[in-house]
Design a protein. Structure first.
Lengths: 201, 201, 201, 201
């Protein structure tokens, strides 16, 4: 399978997963006091925005990573499928998180659950990168060797950071959501992402 | 990221958001008097049609605007993601609007909510345009300078017009829906859109 | 907007609408007698299959028709959006139809509703064709003139046929579903579709 | 219709069907004991993972098979649509399977139902292959004749294997789910798939 095909399919999955997020927002039941009901849903809007940013930025970074690969083999295709499985799953913990915050019940459990899904996702990213880059198995020849090591270190670090968000979830659900939002911003803006962009053009 | 990639992803998101609108129509509960139940749902059909037109026409205009850009940078990609987030959200206020009109409860609140979402959407459009066009940052060289100023003025005006629909929503929900329908027609037909089409071919 | 773009977007909408059909099948409530519950859902499976065939064959025919156009103008783009709006809507009457048949309540109303949606859809097809072909406005030069008249006659006839299914729906819901299935087969196999394929290659 | 078109549409359908799987996971109702509720959902996670793998691997194999065809005719397009209809349907038995396992009611019925859907799917694959390969009707000239016979034998065998999973479902639901997971792994890894990849490049 060519890269273009895999990327087109992955793009489709990203696009659908990001769009299904809107279904996680519960419809109001009380239309007599609709403005109150809509305002009460603010946690669902907040988790929608955070997960939208998370998936959207992952979509950008997916291009970058696949762009560094000269080609793909079957294992990479399946690792990519595993990665997509964790992304497609995101609307579920997003809905649970928003609902728990709104009800004021099970918030920390929901935060831990959301963080665990993100941790598994971070591990799937790391697995795809490590598989493709170790021994420069799939890496494009022009990809600089010293950046390969940096990137591997950062993917490993990412997994630890998401493990840390699990701990934050045990302590405070709102702090946990804020950390996920901050991480999304970090992955959108950090210098690593910047060099990554530079090389894929 | 190339323009083609961003446009394909955006097209996917537009296509899914426009299709999810059908899920906003509530299924009938009373099948003994099904024709009454189906007729009672007319507000859901009306909001479906209006939002379908809104998203469909935005899809057309998205092509036009991106077509005027010679290329994209990271900020434009993220502004585009923010814009998509407001479009993906549209099915939610659409469903609330239709349901409120059908119940005869909370209609004006729903109209205001719908208009607020459209206002945020108009701001996201304006942000993308202003970012890409100011100082001709991303504009294609052949894009005429005087039309740049016209377009910026129109995007600014658009935000004010959608702010006005919020006010209309406070007054009358049906009038507000009619105004949104009229605005969709305007954006489909107006002369500005026409020059825009002329230049992108 | 180029043809490729419009077709890619339309394909996406077709693909999503056809996939959302699965959401029209109600989940069982009684898991103690699950086999009975699943068998009771047979009308939902039947309407799923018919609507899947209908949308799938429309997808094939959409290519054919757009393939006969040398290019597109703004009006054609909007007529195409209107056509898509009727196709995206299909899962709704499909779900209502299946549910009505299963409950044994409102079957004929549901059949009439389904047929009305198909009638509006047939009119949208006819509108796109008539707009694009009258005076050969958008037709490719190699498209034979005598087949233009034949096609216009057949699109007109199609609208009348779907109007007739509305009448059938008033008489018998099962017969109406069977007629829609038969029409799908006809549109898949008829000689007209065949020449159409011949010319688009 | 060209192969590229059919593949793009099929890819879209695969992407959407695989993403809709997340909607099969029931949202928790008890947020006071959310961790228990989320843990109780483990069968839904298990069926999600199995069906995600099943559809994902089918997507890979779809490319392979269509890649062996030099072109497509109308019948192949319709056989492909029939195949897609069985894939789009997968989220439904997936949800039923997960729910039955969680409730501890109707598990074997759900397993049989899931297996029946997979059997119909296997028959649809076989039909597409047999149609395209018999008499080398659509096969690319470079496709080796002896592998044609091997592949036909394997597709036939596949249908029998899925028929066997129906029997397993009558005996034990968990064993049936495990067999489906094992079959997904088999189709991802077996030597046949390997040569298939070799020839499509």
């Amino acid at each position: 399978m060519g890269k273009a095909r895999l990327e087109a399919f992955s793009d489709g999955v990203f696009a659908i997963a990001i769009t299904l997020l809107v279904l996680t927002i519960p419809t109001p039941s009380d239309y007599r006091h609709l403005s109150d009901a809509l305002l009460d849903h603010w946690p669902a809007y907040a988790t929608y925005v955070v997960s939208f940013a998370v998936i959207g930025i992952m979509w950008v970074n997916h291009h970058t990573i696949v762009g560094h690969f000269a080609g793909l083999d079957r294992n990479a295709v399946y690792l990519n499928l595993a990665l997509l499985a964790t992304i497609v799953f995101v609307p579920y913990p997003t809905g649970v998180f928003g609902e728990a915050l709104q009800r004021g019940q099970g918030e920390r459990t929901a935060a831990v659950f959301y963080s665990l899904v993100m941790l598994v996702n971070a591990l799937a990213w790391a697995a795809l990168w490590v598989y493709g880059s170790s021994g420069r198995r799939l890496l494009a020849p022009e990809f600089p060797e010293e950046q390969r090591r940096t990137a591997t270190a950062l993917f490993t670090l990412g997994a630890f950071v998401y493990a840390a968000t699990v701990v934050v979830g045990f302590v405070n659900a709102y702090a946990c959501l804020a950390v996920h939002a901050a991480l999304a911003v970090y992955y959108a803006l950090d210098p690593v992402a910047r060099w990554v962009t530079r090389f894929t053009g």
